[in-house]
Design a protein around this ligand. Sequence first.
Ligand code: BTN
Length: 248
Amino acid sequence: MKIHFYDEVDSTNNVIKQMANEGAADGTAVVAEIQTAGRGRLGREWISPRKSGIWMSFLLRPDVEPWSASMITIVAAMAAKDAIAEATGAECLIKWPNDLVLNGKKICGILTEMKTEAGRVDYVVVGIGINVNITAFPKELKNTATSLMLELGREIDRSEIIEAFDKAFARYYEQFLQTGDLSLIKDEYNNYLANMNNKVKILDTNGECTGVSKGINERGELLVEDEAGQLLVVRSGEVSVRGIYGYV
Ligand code: BTN
Protein backbone atom coordinates (compact mmCIF):
# COMPACT_ATOMS: atom_id res chain seq x y z
CA MET A 1 0.00 0.00 0.00
CA LYS A 2 1.09 3.52 -0.68
CA ILE A 3 -0.16 5.47 2.34
CA HIS A 4 -0.88 9.22 2.23
CA PHE A 5 -1.08 10.83 5.69
CA TYR A 6 -3.54 13.67 6.29
CA ASP A 7 -4.27 15.75 9.36
CA GLU A 8 -8.00 16.52 9.05
CA VAL A 9 -10.46 15.18 6.47
CA ASP A 10 -14.25 14.83 6.35
CA SER A 11 -14.03 11.09 5.71
CA THR A 12 -11.07 9.08 4.44
CA ASN A 13 -13.53 7.13 2.27
CA ASN A 14 -14.46 10.40 0.53
CA VAL A 15 -10.80 11.30 -0.02
CA ILE A 16 -10.06 7.92 -1.57
CA LYS A 17 -13.17 8.08 -3.79
CA GLN A 18 -12.04 11.44 -5.11
CA MET A 19 -8.55 10.03 -5.78
CA ALA A 20 -10.11 7.00 -7.48
CA ASN A 21 -12.20 9.18 -9.76
CA GLU A 22 -8.99 11.01 -10.69
CA GLY A 23 -7.34 7.72 -11.65
CA ALA A 24 -5.40 6.71 -8.51
CA ALA A 25 -3.85 3.25 -8.58
CA ASP A 26 -4.85 0.05 -6.78
CA GLY A 27 -3.25 0.08 -3.31
CA THR A 28 -3.53 3.84 -2.72
CA ALA A 29 -4.32 4.45 0.96
CA VAL A 30 -5.22 7.42 3.14
CA VAL A 31 -4.83 7.73 6.91
CA ALA A 32 -6.11 10.79 8.80
CA GLU A 33 -5.57 12.02 12.36
CA ILE A 34 -9.19 13.17 12.62
CA GLN A 35 -12.39 12.83 10.57
CA THR A 36 -15.01 15.53 10.88
CA ALA A 37 -17.71 13.48 9.12
CA GLY A 38 -16.69 9.86 9.63
CA ARG A 39 -19.33 7.50 8.28
CA GLY A 40 -20.43 4.07 9.48
CA ARG A 41 -22.64 1.44 7.90
CA LEU A 42 -26.39 1.94 7.52
CA GLY A 43 -25.94 5.72 7.35
CA ARG A 44 -24.59 5.95 10.88
CA GLU A 45 -22.00 8.41 12.13
CA TRP A 46 -18.51 7.11 13.03
CA ILE A 47 -16.88 9.01 15.86
CA SER A 48 -13.26 9.73 14.87
CA PRO A 49 -11.52 11.92 17.43
CA ARG A 50 -8.05 13.34 16.83
CA LYS A 51 -5.06 10.98 17.15
CA SER A 52 -7.01 8.34 19.03
CA GLY A 53 -7.87 5.88 16.33
CA ILE A 54 -6.91 4.47 12.97
CA TRP A 55 -9.08 6.17 10.38
CA MET A 56 -7.93 4.64 7.14
CA SER A 57 -9.26 3.89 3.66
CA PHE A 58 -7.69 2.25 0.66
CA LEU A 59 -8.45 1.71 -2.99
CA LEU A 60 -8.66 -1.60 -4.82
CA ARG A 61 -9.31 -2.25 -8.48
CA PRO A 62 -9.92 -6.00 -8.55
CA ASP A 63 -11.04 -7.68 -11.74
CA VAL A 64 -14.07 -9.32 -10.13
CA GLU A 65 -17.86 -9.22 -10.40
CA PRO A 66 -19.62 -6.61 -8.23
CA TRP A 67 -21.34 -9.26 -6.06
CA SER A 68 -17.98 -10.44 -4.79
CA ALA A 69 -16.97 -7.05 -3.39
CA SER A 70 -18.67 -7.71 -0.04
CA MET A 71 -16.22 -10.57 0.45
CA ILE A 72 -13.38 -8.02 0.42
CA THR A 73 -14.87 -6.53 3.58
CA ILE A 74 -14.45 -9.90 5.25
CA VAL A 75 -10.87 -10.11 3.97
CA ALA A 76 -10.22 -6.71 5.59
CA ALA A 77 -11.80 -7.80 8.88
CA MET A 78 -9.47 -10.80 9.02
CA ALA A 79 -6.45 -8.58 8.37
CA ALA A 80 -7.54 -6.11 11.08
CA LYS A 81 -7.99 -8.95 13.57
CA ASP A 82 -4.49 -10.27 12.82
CA ALA A 83 -2.96 -6.79 12.95
CA ILE A 84 -4.46 -6.03 16.35
CA ALA A 85 -3.29 -9.39 17.69
CA GLU A 86 0.24 -8.94 16.32
CA ALA A 87 0.67 -5.38 17.58
CA THR A 88 -1.06 -5.71 20.97
CA GLY A 89 -1.64 -9.37 21.78
CA ALA A 90 -5.42 -8.77 21.98
CA GLU A 91 -7.52 -11.50 20.34
CA CYS A 92 -10.68 -9.98 18.91
CA LEU A 93 -13.73 -11.92 17.85
CA ILE A 94 -15.62 -11.20 14.64
CA LYS A 95 -19.27 -10.21 14.72
CA TRP A 96 -20.59 -11.21 11.30
CA PRO A 97 -19.97 -9.88 8.80
CA ASN A 98 -17.15 -7.57 9.70
CA ASP A 99 -17.21 -5.92 13.11
CA LEU A 100 -14.39 -6.77 15.49
CA VAL A 101 -15.32 -7.07 19.14
CA LEU A 102 -13.19 -7.26 22.25
CA ASN A 103 -14.69 -8.25 25.62
CA GLY A 104 -18.15 -8.02 24.08
CA LYS A 105 -17.84 -4.50 22.67
CA LYS A 106 -17.06 -3.15 19.21
CA ILE A 107 -13.51 -2.06 18.57
CA CYS A 108 -13.35 -1.91 14.76
CA GLY A 109 -15.80 -1.31 11.93
CA ILE A 110 -15.43 -1.48 8.16
CA LEU A 111 -17.32 0.44 5.48
CA THR A 112 -16.84 -0.77 1.92
CA GLU A 113 -18.11 1.27 -1.00
CA MET A 114 -17.93 0.38 -4.66
CA LYS A 115 -18.26 1.93 -8.09
CA THR A 116 -19.29 -0.28 -10.99
CA GLU A 117 -19.13 0.33 -14.70
CA ALA A 118 -20.81 -1.83 -17.32
CA GLY A 119 -21.40 -4.60 -14.81
CA ARG A 120 -17.77 -4.73 -13.66
CA VAL A 121 -16.08 -3.28 -10.61
CA ASP A 122 -14.42 0.03 -11.39
CA TYR A 123 -13.12 0.39 -7.85
CA VAL A 124 -13.70 -0.67 -4.26
CA VAL A 125 -13.01 1.63 -1.31
CA VAL A 126 -12.40 -0.13 1.98
CA GLY A 127 -12.63 2.14 5.04
CA ILE A 128 -11.49 0.87 8.41
CA GLY A 129 -11.98 2.48 11.77
CA ILE A 130 -10.13 1.06 14.78
CA ASN A 131 -10.75 2.60 18.21
CA VAL A 132 -7.21 2.65 19.57
CA ASN A 133 -6.63 5.26 22.28
CA ILE A 134 -10.16 6.64 22.76
CA THR A 135 -10.67 7.22 26.49
CA ALA A 136 -14.43 7.83 26.63
CA PHE A 137 -17.48 7.23 24.45
CA PRO A 138 -20.75 9.14 24.40
CA LYS A 139 -23.48 7.71 26.61
CA GLU A 140 -25.38 6.06 23.76
CA LEU A 141 -22.29 4.06 22.69
CA LYS A 142 -20.86 3.22 26.11
CA ASN A 143 -22.38 -0.23 26.34
CA THR A 144 -21.51 -1.33 22.82
CA ALA A 145 -18.23 0.40 21.90
CA THR A 146 -14.75 0.30 23.37
CA SER A 147 -11.11 0.99 22.52
CA LEU A 148 -7.89 -0.98 22.79
CA MET A 149 -6.67 1.42 25.45
CA LEU A 150 -9.82 1.01 27.56
CA GLU A 151 -9.56 -2.78 27.35
CA LEU A 152 -5.78 -3.18 27.67
CA GLY A 153 -5.14 -0.32 30.08
CA ARG A 154 -2.25 1.19 28.17
CA GLU A 155 -1.62 3.49 25.23
CA ILE A 156 -1.17 1.67 21.92
CA ASP A 157 1.12 2.66 19.04
CA ARG A 158 -1.14 3.17 16.01
CA SER A 159 1.64 2.85 13.43
CA GLU A 160 2.45 -0.71 14.49
CA ILE A 161 -1.14 -1.75 13.81
CA ILE A 162 -1.17 -0.01 10.42
CA GLU A 163 2.05 -1.74 9.41
CA ALA A 164 0.78 -5.15 10.52
CA PHE A 165 -2.53 -4.55 8.74
CA ASP A 166 -0.78 -3.76 5.47
CA LYS A 167 1.10 -7.09 5.57
CA ALA A 168 -1.86 -9.18 6.73
CA PHE A 169 -4.21 -7.69 4.16
CA ALA A 170 -1.76 -8.42 1.32
CA ARG A 171 -1.65 -12.07 2.40
CA TYR A 172 -5.42 -12.59 2.70
CA TYR A 173 -6.22 -10.54 -0.42
CA GLU A 174 -3.86 -12.73 -2.43
CA GLN A 175 -5.80 -15.79 -1.19
CA PHE A 176 -9.08 -14.13 -2.14
CA LEU A 177 -7.85 -13.28 -5.65
CA GLN A 178 -6.52 -16.81 -6.12
CA THR A 179 -9.98 -18.37 -5.83
CA GLY A 180 -12.31 -15.36 -6.28
CA ASP A 181 -14.01 -16.28 -3.02
CA LEU A 182 -13.31 -17.00 0.65
CA SER A 183 -12.69 -20.73 0.40
CA LEU A 184 -9.08 -20.36 1.66
CA ILE A 185 -10.09 -18.00 4.46
CA LYS A 186 -13.46 -19.16 5.80
CA ASP A 187 -12.23 -21.81 8.25
CA GLU A 188 -10.00 -19.32 10.05
CA TYR A 189 -12.79 -16.75 9.96
CA ASN A 190 -15.20 -19.22 11.55
CA ASN A 191 -12.65 -19.96 14.29
CA TYR A 192 -12.98 -16.33 15.39
CA LEU A 193 -16.68 -15.91 14.75
CA ALA A 194 -18.61 -14.75 17.81
CA ASN A 195 -21.65 -16.96 18.46
CA MET A 196 -20.39 -19.82 16.29
CA ASN A 197 -22.69 -22.80 17.03
CA ASN A 198 -24.75 -20.61 19.35
CA LYS A 199 -28.28 -19.33 19.07
CA VAL A 200 -28.55 -16.03 17.15
CA LYS A 201 -31.30 -13.62 16.23
CA ILE A 202 -31.55 -12.34 12.66
CA LEU A 203 -33.16 -8.93 12.41
CA ASP A 204 -34.17 -7.41 9.09
CA THR A 205 -36.89 -5.20 7.69
CA ASN A 206 -39.31 -8.16 7.65
CA GLY A 207 -38.91 -8.89 11.35
CA GLU A 208 -36.77 -11.36 13.23
CA CYS A 209 -36.12 -15.06 13.50
CA THR A 210 -33.76 -17.23 15.51
CA GLY A 211 -31.51 -20.17 14.76
CA VAL A 212 -28.06 -21.60 15.41
CA SER A 213 -25.09 -19.93 13.68
CA LYS A 214 -23.09 -22.40 11.59
CA GLY A 215 -20.49 -19.93 10.30
CA ILE A 216 -19.88 -18.50 6.83
CA ASN A 217 -19.68 -20.30 3.50
CA GLU A 218 -17.14 -19.48 0.78
CA ARG A 219 -19.21 -16.49 -0.34
CA GLY A 220 -19.21 -14.93 3.13
CA GLU A 221 -22.89 -15.65 3.71
CA LEU A 222 -23.87 -16.70 7.22
CA LEU A 223 -25.47 -20.12 7.55
CA VAL A 224 -28.10 -20.32 10.26
CA GLU A 225 -29.96 -23.51 11.13
CA ASP A 226 -33.56 -22.77 12.04
CA GLU A 227 -35.74 -24.68 14.48
CA ALA A 228 -36.97 -27.00 11.73
CA GLY A 229 -33.36 -27.95 10.88
CA GLN A 230 -33.36 -25.95 7.64
CA LEU A 231 -30.20 -24.02 6.73
CA LEU A 232 -30.93 -20.35 6.09
CA VAL A 233 -28.42 -18.43 3.98
CA VAL A 234 -28.09 -14.88 5.32
CA ARG A 235 -26.55 -12.25 3.05
CA SER A 236 -25.01 -9.10 4.46
CA GLY A 237 -26.72 -5.82 3.79
CA GLU A 238 -29.70 -4.61 5.74
CA VAL A 239 -29.56 -7.43 8.26
CA SER A 240 -28.19 -7.59 11.74
CA VAL A 241 -27.30 -10.84 13.49
CA ARG A 242 -26.86 -10.99 17.24
CA GLY A 243 -26.57 -13.48 20.02
CA ILE A 244 -29.64 -13.62 22.13
CA TYR A 245 -28.11 -11.75 25.07
CA GLY A 246 -27.26 -8.33 23.67
CA TYR A 247 -25.08 -6.51 21.18
CA VAL A 248 -22.64 -9.29 20.21
C1 BTN B 1 -19.25 0.58 10.75
O1 BTN B 1 -18.99 -0.33 11.52
O2 BTN B 1 -20.37 1.12 10.78
C2 BTN B 1 -18.22 1.02 9.76
C3 BTN B 1 -17.30 2.08 10.29
C4 BTN B 1 -16.23 2.51 9.30
C5 BTN B 1 -15.41 3.67 9.80
C6 BTN B 1 -14.24 3.98 8.91
S1 BTN B 1 -13.15 5.15 9.62
C7 BTN B 1 -12.31 5.31 8.11
C8 BTN B 1 -13.36 5.29 7.02
N1 BTN B 1 -13.89 6.62 6.78
C9 BTN B 1 -15.18 6.71 7.11
O3 BTN B 1 -15.88 7.74 7.02
N2 BTN B 1 -15.62 5.53 7.57
C10 BTN B 1 -14.58 4.51 7.54
